[in-house]
Design a protein around this ligand. Structure first.
Ligand SMILES: [Zn+2]
Length: 595
């Protein structure tokens, strides 16, 4: 490393990040408040301020260069990563100029289906940073406007909130359900209509238009993009949410003057492009379906006919009762008086609402376990345990908020039988008792567990996951309201967060010990060893702390300097095994909750 480079590195690292972040968040909070009041003029003035602010530019660049996991794919300019000096230059050149470079298209195999491929758009680094900047200006404005029952791709909200919302809508009364999917939502959105709906500053509008029409380069050839959101962009989930926004409002408008006593508005719960509508009157549900279709039509969107159906939560109508949503099965079962729940007035309901993992998800998990084990047919037990651990705990956590005990036991049984086959295949000459004793042992007070001799590496079981009810996010609240105590507490209780991280979050009261700021939903967090392992620090709870990824990067660099080794190549990388990725970007349909 040359001296100039290392001074520039220091320059990047010693920027007053904490101050920068505070000032940007304050601006965002003011945008949110102004938008809440409906004061569009102030919103636009503040957004202009944010777009020109040096702090916001720096943060946008840091977000795409340092805080982005698994995004080491280059755009059409071939640039994968930037040195600190390049980051500084990029931040200086970040301006909305109404131009855009096309997106590079790469094809990756679909998870679980190696023969099918999925297209992925990769914008160049500069566009990515600029898109982040625009996102940081637009998101607070729209967070104030978005509807309370929209849960997908929004900071601080998750699948589990959507599921809780459905539970609350049906728990006292069996109801009809419209279960629907938007067809190819991200590819179909009409550009003109979207720009009209975003209704933003002329400079943002011009830039958005350029991005939307920038086109794609696939194997050297340029293709026009006629419709759809910006591919591969951090902005595109936000734009999709804006495009679909307005269903709840339309429903509320239509049914406000219903004269019937005891009439409740139909409830719409939406997660990105998946939605359900719930009401106890079948005709109203049919009307709502029409209303949604009318609402979506100008945007070029429609409900996927083969995935749209109307069912009932308790009775058999159009097939079995109940429905699947985001990988969960939601259904009501008739029960006698001993098992029946009660209404708020104390009357027996005669049914029970049970939410559990959907059959398709269980099958997918079993298949996943099978392939993971098959791929490691000849690997050691330790390697196998390491590979299986995140698959098991991740799935368990996702379903830890609902009635999953039985499913967990079933999957453990499936897993055990595959593991037995794996073990027997390895030692054909030995007797079964010997093989079992080699790979399984009994720890006192427990049953047989799959573990290495001595118990250094133990395979967790699905059924070890504690079941805990999830508390839904309150109404229209947004992370831009600045109530850090509420949001950081929610982050710690989020079912997607591993137990160790959740404990550390509690211990640190939701803040990062390096920069002192609260963790926000979407921040990348990493577990760090306070005293580095290379300097003799222990791998135990008292030596762990939770840091932002960028803070962790900086601390590791400082630890290296302290240890007297400035050369990256000679340093042993500190293992950071608890990488928590953002909880916001979840594939729609809950197809792969462990992602
Ligand atoms: Zn930090």
């Amino acid at each position: 490393m040359t001296t100039t480079e290392s001074t520039l590195m220091d320059e990047w690292n010693t920027l007053p990040w904490r101050k920068l972040e505070r000032s940007v968040f304050k601006l965002q909070q003011r945008i949110y408040q102004a938008s809440n009041r409906g004061d569009i003029k102030t919103v636009h003035r503040l957004q202009r301020l944010l777009l020109n602010s040096w702090a916001a530019k720096l943060l946008a660049v840091r977000k795409v260069t340092q805080d982005n996991q698994g995004k080491k794919t280059a755009g059409i300019d071939g640039i994968k990563s930037l040195t600190p000096s390049q980051r500084l230059t990029l931040s200086q050149n970040l301006k909305l100029d109404g131009k855009a470079r096309p997106v590079r298209r790469v094809w990756i195999p679909k998870p679980g289906q190696p023969n099918e491929q999925r297209a992925l758009g990769i914008p160049v680094m500069k566009e990515r940073a600029l898109q982040r900047l625009v996102q940081s200006a637009l998101e607070p404005e729209w967070e104030a406007r978005f509807e309370p029952n929209s849960y997908g791709f929004r900071p601080g909200r998750s699948c589990h909130d959507a599921i809780e919302a459905i539970f609350m809508a049906i728990r006292y009364k069996p109801k009809y359900v419209l279960d629907a999917d938007l067809e190819k939502c991200f590819d179909r959105i009409e550009h003109q209509e979207l720009l009209r709906k975003v209704k933003t500053l002329p400079q943002i509008r011009r830039q958005l238009k350029a991005w939307l029409q920038a086109g794609v380069i696939d194997q050297g050839q340029w293709f026009r993009t006629e419709s759809g959101t910006i591919q591969g962009s951090p902005l595109s989930p936000l734009l999709a949410n804006i495009a679909i926004h307005g269903i709840e409002e339309a429903v509320a408008k239509k049914y406000t003057r219903n004269p019937r006593r005891g009439f409740y508005l139909p409830i719409i719960v939406r997660y990105a492009d998946d939605l359900v509508a719930v009401h106890d009157d079948l005709n109203i549900i049919r009307e709502v379906q029409e209303l949604i279709e009318m609402q979506l039509k100008p945007m070029g969107l429609r409900l996927k006919p083969e995935k749209t159906r109307i069912t009932h939560t308790l009775k058999s109508e159009n097939g079995p009762p109940g429905f699947d949503f985001l990988g969960f099965n939601i259904r009501q079962y008739p029960v006698g008086k001993t098992h029946s729940g009660k209404s708020p007035q104390g009357n027996l309901l005669g049914f029970k609402t049970i939410i559990k993992p959907a059959k398709s998800s269980i099958r997918r998990q079993a298949r996943r376990l099978k392939t993971e084990i098959a791929e490691r047919r000849d690997a050691g037990q330790q390697v196998l345990i390491k590979a299986l651990r995140p698959v098991i705990t991740g799935w368990g956590r996702y379903y830890s908020t609902v009635v999953s005990k039985r499913t967990f036991n079933y999957l453990d049984w499936v897993l055990c039988s595959i593991l037995l086959a794996w073990a027997f295949r390895r030692h054909t000459g030995k007797n079964k008792g010997w093989i079992i004793r080699k790979y399984w042992s009994r720890t006192p007070g427990k049953l047989w567990t799959f573990q290495t001799p001595g118990g250094k590496h133990i395979l967790p079981e699905h059924s070890q996951t504690p079941i805990r009810r999830h508390l839904k996010v309150i109404g229209k609240r947004s992370i831009y309201d600045g109530d850090w105590v509420y949001w950081s507490a929610r982050l710690g209780r989020c079912p997607d967060v591993p137990a160790r991280v959740s404990k550390l979050l509690q211990n640190q009261r939701g803040t990062c010990w390096e920069c002192g700021l609260y963790f926000r939903d979407g921040d990348l967090m990493e577990v760090d060893h306070i005293i580095p392992r290379a300097s003799g620090g222990r791998d135990a709870f008292h030596n762990w702390q939770l840091l932002h990824r960028h803070c962790h990067d900086r601390k590791t660099a400082e630890d290296r300097t302290a240890a007297g080794t400035n050369d990256n190549r000679q340093m042993i990388e500190e293992p950071c095994d608890a990488k928590v990725s953002s909880t916001v970007l979840k594939p729609s349909g809950g197809s792969d909750p462990v992602a």
